[in-house]
Design a protein around this ligand. Structure first.
Ligand code: ADP
Ligand code: MG
Length: 256
């Protein structure tokens, strides 16, 4: 079975959704994002890989405006990212983010975790939000855990709740920053399966991961970063079988 899709095959409409144009960012003297040019098309799954410290998390955080950039522009659906206020809150609702650590609210139930954003930020009525939350929890396979608290769930289950919580906001794009890195090995596939399903449903996704199986199965494009720059961009097939740069060859030699 292959789920690899290109824009032309229906993996994306080809329409740019997230566009980074000459983006630079420094932390003091460290040039952490270097002239980043990246377009993520609607429905596309872009897998970002690269050594630790290469700027992958900073890139995700910039797209969600958790980090300001120093130069260049980032647009979402044709609009520049807002810097503050109500517009920024609205942006966060449109860009779902799933982190390595699950970041669920410990003192709220699973159901409440998923309902909270739609009710508080989107202003959706409680009964409608609950219905939608239960559907999403069922979809990620934890519907029967709705009344429990995060600590009562396994890491893999918590991460699936985190995905459901992000989806409840009906985001235009989902960012995943090493979503399986903190999980015990036996829980990795249950989270990746949910992500593959999401990709097949046409969600636009930016996924930082070293899970090459996921990249090959669900990725439309691989972006390889090193030292704050995009060094290589290719289809998963091209990238894994025939990397062009020494940096990518070196990196793949270490992880494969
Ligand atoms: P990756 O996710 O690829 O491992 P990061 O984006 O987390 O890389 O970090 C890129 C570089 O920026 C690293 O050298 C890291 O130490 C540095 N860095 C990240 N966050 C900060 C910060 N808040 N202040 C200073 N340096 C940072
Ligand atoms: Mg990181």
């Amino acid at each position: 079975m292959t789920t690899h899709r290109t824009a032309a095959e229906g993996g994306g409409s080809g329409e740019p959704l997230v566009v980074l144009d000459h983006v630079d960012k420094w932390y003091g003297d460290l040039h952490v994002l270097q002239d980043i040019e990246l377009t993520v098309h609607r429905g596309e799954v872009v897998v970002v890989i690269g050594p630790s410290g290469s700027g992958k998390s900073t890139l995700c955080r910039a797209i969600n405006r958790l980090e300001p950039i120093d130069q260049g522009t980032i647009t979402l659906d044709g609009e520049p990212l807002p810097a503050e206020g109500k517009e920024l809150a609205a942006l966060r609702a449109e860009v779902g983010m799933v982190f390595q650590s699950f970041n669920l609210f410990a003192h709220k139930t699973i159901l409440e975790n998923v309902m909270l954003g739609p009710v508080k930020v989107r202003g959706i009525k409680k009964d409608a939000a609950e219905k939608r939350a239960r559907e999403l929890l069922d979809r990620v396979g934890v519907g029967h855990q709705a009344a429990k608290y995060p600590a009562q769930l396994s890491g893999g289950q918590q991460q699936r709740v985190a995905i459901a919580r992000a989806l409840a906001m009906e985001p235009k794009v989902m960012l995943f920053d090493e979503p399986t890195s903190a999980l015990d090995p036996e829980m990795i596939s249950e989270v990746l399966d949910v992500m593959v399903d999401l990709a097949e449903r046409g969600m636009t996704m930016v996924v930082v991961t070293h899970e090459m199986g996921f990249a090959r199965t669900a990725g439309d494009r691989v972006v390889f970063m090193a030292d704050g720059a995009i060094v290589e961009e290719a289809t998963p097939e091209q990238f894994f079988t025939n990397p062009q740069s020494d940096r990518a060859k070196d990196f793949l030699g270490k992880i494969l």
